[in-house]
Ligand binder design. Structure first.
Ligand SMILES: [Zn+2]
Length: 100
């Protein structure tokens, strides 16, 4: 798929802190699945204490969320590559969140 198309979808959904990796259109079911990953450069903070001193603690399972319905098609976001993280400061674990 052309890069321009992905860029278009990013603009459409205003997903600034994620990267579209693949767009899959399931024509039979009127479903569009947009596979996304968080942008690597974004800094992550602990949601419990605000510390940015974190351990990587593995990967979370991919999540599929209904994002919108456009022209009778259901648009799903499949979020991949989210980190599980553990805070060095308060010791709690959490999953990286995306602001979408
Ligand atoms: Zn913490």
């Amino acid at each position: 798929m052309a890069k321009g198309h992905k860029y278009c979808i990013n603009n459409l959904l205003r997903l600034e802190d994620i990267r579209v990796t693949e767009v899959v259109e399931e024509v039979d079911e009127d479903v569009v699945v947009i596979k996304v990953q968080p942008r690597k450069e974004k800094e992550i903070f602990c949601p419990h204490c605000g510390s940015k001193h974190l351990y990587r603690h593995g990967h979370a399972r991919p999540r599929k969320v209904l994002h919108a319905c456009i022209c009778g098609k259901r648009i799903y976001l499949k979020i991949q590559g989210l980190q599980r993280l553990k805070c060095k400061h308060c010791g709690r674990t959490f999953t990286q969140q995306l602001e979408i």
